[in-house]
Write a protein that binds this ligand. Structure first.
Ligand SMILES: NC(=O)c1ccc[n+]([C@@H]2O[C@H](COP(=O)([O-])OP(=O)(O)OC[C@H]3O[C@@H](n4cnc5c(N)ncnc54)[C@H](OP(=O)(O)O)[C@@H]3O)[C@@H](O)[C@H]2O)c1
Length: 252
């Protein structure tokens, strides 16, 4: 996730390579970013000392140790953005033991191609700091600010949602092959159709049912297929799957 964010920031020219420092313990996986001119280091404290914005992109169980490795360097120039799933802003503040602007960001893997939806929540931020962080993630896709209590729901709909969408596309590919296409052509048609459908909603601001009405002729093949899908529990199975993911994340 951290390297995907760095790649996206470089591609969008949000900042220059030299303005980014990426830290991790095993630096051998960062060769490509190093070649692009990004600073790489294993010294979290030094990286924080020389930066203003810190993006924390480690596994949840690593958060406490990583914060402790740089917290002595935190001062009033810093903004912290955590993309870590399930770690509350209050938990981060308690570990840092200093008051600073803390953001939680929930992007998805499409951040690598700058097509993420990133849900943001924050504490102690002034409007300029909020604008800066929103601007940063806007270069990596779309951004929406949510209440922190919706972060788990955002994880399910936005981040797990990528997997749900992939299964929907995969099922289309399987159906497409059954009705005559080779796998590559079925994949292209299925993926581009889903992309186009999503763009219709995003660009026109319409409701899905309005777009469905345009495709469904009376007694036609679209409505016959759609109704069959619904008889077999299509919408219901998606809603139930989302609810089960949410129950699981809320319980853990
Ligand atoms: N994948 C998603 O769709 C998604 C979406 C939203 C949020 N997230 C969240 O993003 C976070 C990162 O996910 P990921 O999939 O990118 O995990 P990941 O591949 O395991 O990346 C974690 C990185 O942290 C580094 N690291 C661990 N300990 C460190 C230390 N002491 N100092 C510096 N670096 C350290 C690791 O490198 P070394 O081992 O070399 O140190 C590794 O590169 C997770 O909390 C995840 O829940 C993921």
């Amino acid at each position: 996730m951290g390297t995907a964010i760095a790649d996206g920031l470089l591609e969008s020219k949000f900042c220059k390579p030299k303005q980014i420092t990426i830290t991790k313990r095993n630096l051998s996986t960062l060769d490509k970013l190093k070649e692009k001119g990004v600073n790489i280091s294993s010294d979290n404290a030094e990286a924080v000392r020389n930066s203003e914005l810190i993006i924390l992109a480690v596994k949840p169980y690593q958060v406490s140790d990583v914060i402790k490795s740089f917290k002595s360097e935190i001062n009033n120039k810093h903004i912290l953005v955590s993309v870590v799933t399930g770690v509350l802003i209050n938990d981060i503040e308690e570990t840092i033991e200093k008051e600073l602007p803390v953001f939680r960001a929930m992007p998805n893997t499409a951040i690598a191609i700058r097509e993420s939806i990133t849900c943001l929540s924050f504490k102690n931020s002034n409007p300029e700091q909020l604008a800066f962080v929103k601007n940063l993630f806007s270069t990596l896709g779309k951004v929406t600010v949510i209440d922190e209590k919706l972060m788990e729901a955002a994880t399910v709909l936005g981040a797990c949602g990528t997997a749900y969408a992939m299964r929907y596309i995969r099922a289309n590919i399987q159906g497409g092959i059954e009705i005559g296409f080779d796998a590559a052509t079925a994949s292209l048609i299925a993926a581009q159709t889903v992309k186009g459908a999503a763009e219709l909603l995003l660009q026109k601001g319409t409701h899905p049912e309005q777009e469905i009405d345009k495709v469904t002729t009376p007694k036609g093949c679209t409505i016959a297929g759609l109704n069959e899908m619904e008889h077999r529990g299509f919408s219901s199975s998606l809603i139930k799957g989302i609810a089960v993911s949410y129950q699981k994340i809320a319980k853990d």
